[in-house]
Design a protein around this ligand. Sequence first.
Ligand code: CA2
Length: 145
Amino acid sequence: MKILVLNGPNLNMLGIRERAIYGAGTYTDLVDFIKTKADALGIDVEIKQSNHEGVLVDWVQEARGVYDAIVINAAAYTHTSLAILDALKAVSLPVAEVHLSEPKAREEFRHFSYISLVAEKVFSGEGFKSYEKAIEYFALAPRLS
Ligand code: CA2
């Protein structure tokens, strides 16, 4: 099984600022963490980050026929991007939405998620572990196709 992990804007700043919300780990630590967990589960992962909505849309489109599932932390685009939602719908791959923090426990403008409209599952509020749970979800859940 091949999983594409997509990370949105500012996640490359992890560990540098806002540690009280997102933790002390850096983006490199996050990538290492995901790779280690995926290896242990026998899952092939590719992990990408962009600050640009259109780049994320391109990567979602290119995932068709290449990956079996998408794990996405669209960061701020979670709450604004109809374009990423449409791309995720267009590729019709199973999607898991992840967040380091718990957006629903934060400002009201973080409560709505476009990604949730297409995601099979949402894993949030557990820091790096949210990603581990999303990968585990696809690794362990039985699928028809
Ligand atoms: O909790 C999450 O994972 C979020 O997707 C993170 C987004 C936020 O807009 C979502 O509401 C919830 C923000 C990512 C920004 O990451 C930073 C990391 C370090 C310093 C500043 C921002």
